[in-house]
Design a protein around this ligand. Sequence first.
Ligand code: GAR
Length: 187
Amino acid sequence: MKKLVILASGNGSLAQAIIENLGIEAHIIAVVSDRNDAFVLDRARKHSIPTQVIEMKSDRDRWNQEIIDCITKLNPDLVVSAGFMRILSPEFVRKFPTINSHPALLPQFPGAHAVRDALAAGVNVTGTTIHWVDEGIDTGKIIMQAQVSIFPGDNEASLHERIKEVERGLIVAAIKEVLPTLESRNG
Ligand code: GAR
């Protein structure tokens, strides 16, 4: 069975959807966060999934190395960035196959404020993208996308929640599509 690690920084509703819906196709071996107060850690513990916290340091290079060391020990087949609000180093993404869920239709609105940026741009449709993580910011190869309409009166919170309803299904579907294409690192 393939091994998967989830990276998440906050609430963790995407992580929860993965935990509940992945089924027998993979084993979630850990949830790793950059914040020790992240609610996603409680969600993982409730499902008896091991957690690890690699808190950001003033020394960014040291943090980059610590998260590489952490994931190296876990030795997953796939890393899933699901609401992880840190940029992973080039060394990290070269070493570990990593996918990310982004709350916009890339290449539109990359970066940390995708929902706000879509509203500010006045578009009628935004959405969500699951993509491979490369060395750029939200520039990796797209795996799946889904559209979400923007309604008059939407604000950042209402729109983000509707996007996340779609994201939760899409990230699970993308993981299921990607897993069989990966060579198992664990024999
Ligand atoms: C999701 O919308 C995800 O796409 C976004 O954070 C949210 C996490 O929600 N990630 C990014 O914006 C990364 N740049 P959750 O904490 O409820 O799972």
